[in-house]
Design a protein around this ligand. Structure first.
Ligand code: AMP
Length: 443
């Protein structure tokens, strides 16, 4: 289906054509008529499906037709990176419309706060906010939400994982009762259904490929014990001289530093991203990666969600992510929209059980390979064995493929940004007030 067929505003069609989008993605095709019709919606869609444009385009279409210049749309998201990214996408799409927006997130200095305060009290049409920072502003009493007509909860499952359930309820209590509610989530656990039943009114439901990586990702696993992992990484990279953009995910900062050291020793242009770096430093690294000055980025989960870097050829999971959703999000860095990519996971004996849980979640048997004999001997595939800790319990407790850290409202949201406006030809029309230099806290 084309965007013309959806009946979008002329100026939006113009911006879409600048963006190079030729036709609607499946999530866009299914959700946009519902949103345009004014219905509530619960959509199960992962990042990489085009879900952001799926809700932005119909909302912008409505705002363009109304021209009311009041704060009419609130988009609540889990991380600052996602807030910045959505804000930039709004700026791109609304370039010919003159609709303004701001990203509200934590960690900035007094000047940032002041700029956010002004935007929140002066009818900025679209607010994209992380819950913690928005609550801080709401508590100060100047936020004008009387005219909000659209509430969008994006990556709702992630927000609940981060412990934002109560904050979301509190935010909703500040909104007019009569409004359109849209909820996007990669998964639909019971908590999400509960939030949906409290928030949405007779919602239409759309589900796109629940928790499954995009079709274009070629997935493989190597059975390899930890001491052999660095040598295998070197081997994999040597084997792929034509891959210009590679991300290696590891679970700890210490490992990130070790991998960076190993690869620098081999003369790769490689940089590490972890919470040790401030926002500005991370952005500089991402920008060097985007402009192909850095070939390999090694990162903790900082990068797994929210950051849109196109055309990543190879994602390597140095260890099996403890959570199936994180696996999907990590490998979702490749094969964005209509490109293809390769995702390789290094699985040691203790990680086999968890990896098998991920296979079940995504309903796919991933090819398991042995490491080259010059590196060492691969363990046999045995997904029934679970790692025992000192108390005789499995590493991951009773839900091995879902051992995310417990929600912690005071935790720094992970994330990096590097989010320079994606479309350079879109000059900013109105100030959006985002400050990419903020440090890394939401609350
Ligand atoms: P998202 O799922 O919102 O993170 O979007 C993933 C990527 O797909 C982003 O880079 C979008 O700019 C891109 N995208 C969204 N819609 C389309 C489309 N209809 N055609 C091509 N690319 C798209």
């Amino acid at each position: 289906m084309t965007f013309q067929e959806l009946g979008l505003h002329e100026s939006l069609l113009e911006a879409i054509s600048y963006m190079g989008f030729e036709k609607a993605t499946p999530i866009q095709e299914q959700t946009m008529p519902i949103i345009l019709n004014g219905d509530d919606l619960i959509a199960c869609a992962q990042t990489g499906t085009g879900k952001t444009a799926a809700f932005l385009l119909p909302i912008l279409h409505k705002l363009a037709s109304k021209n009311s210049h009041k704060t009419s749309t609130l988009i609540v998201v889990p991380t600052r990176e996602l807030a910045l990214q959505i804000d930039q996408e709004i700026q791109g799409f609304s370039y010919f419309l003159g609709i303004n927006s701001i990203a509200i997130y934590g960690g900035g200095d007094g000047a940032d706060f002041d700029q956010q305060r002004k935007a929140l009290s002066s009818n900025t049409e679209i607010i994209v906010a992380t819950p913690g920072k928005l609550i801080s502003h709401l508590n100060l009493g100047y936020v004008k939400f009387d005219h909000v007509e659209h509430l969008i909860l994006d990556e709702a499952d992630r927000m609940l994982d981060m412990g934002f359930y109560e904050d979301i309820q509190k935010i909703i209590s500040h909104l007019p009762n009569k409004r359109q509610n849209l909820m996007f989530s990669a998964t639909m656990p019971p908590k999400i259904r509960e939030l949906a039943s409290k928030t949405l009114v007779n919602p239409k439901q759309v589900s796109i490929a629940i928790s499954k990586p995009s079709e274009g990702v070629l997935q493989a696993a190597y059975l390899v014990e930890d001491p052999h992992k660095p040598a295998l990484i070197r081997h994999l990279l040597r084997d792929k001289p034509n891959y210009s953009r590679i991300i290696i995910f590891s679970s700890t900062k210490r490992q990130v530093n070790e991998i960076v050291r190993t690869l620098s020793g081999e003369n790769y242009t490689v940089e590490g991203i972890s919470s040790d770096l401030d926002q500005k430093e991370r952005e500089e690294i991402i920008n060097r990666f985007r402009s192909n000055k850095t070939r390999v980025v090694v990162a903790t989960d900082v990068l797994s969600r929210g950051v849109d870097i196109k055309e990543i050829n190879l994602v390597i999971n140095f260890n099996v992510p403890g959570d199936g959703e994180d696996y999907v999000h990590r490998i979702g860095r490749t094969a964005r929209a209509d490109s293809t990519g390769v995702a390789i996971t290094l699985v040691n004996s203790d990680e086999m059980f968890d990896f098998h849980q991920i296979e079940k979640l995504i309903e796919k048997d991933i090819t398991k390979q042995k490491i080259p004999t010059q590196i060492g001997i691969s363990p046999e595939w045995n997904p029934t064995r679970r790692k025992q800790n000192n108390f005789g319990r499995s590493k991951s407790g009773s839900k091995p493929a879902n051992n995310r850290p417990k929600p912690n409202n005071n935790a720094k949201p992970q994330g990096s940004s590097g989010d320079k406006p994606k479309k350079k030809f879109f000059k900013k029309k109105k100030t959006s007030g985002t400050s990419p230099n903020a440090s890394n806290t939401d609350k």
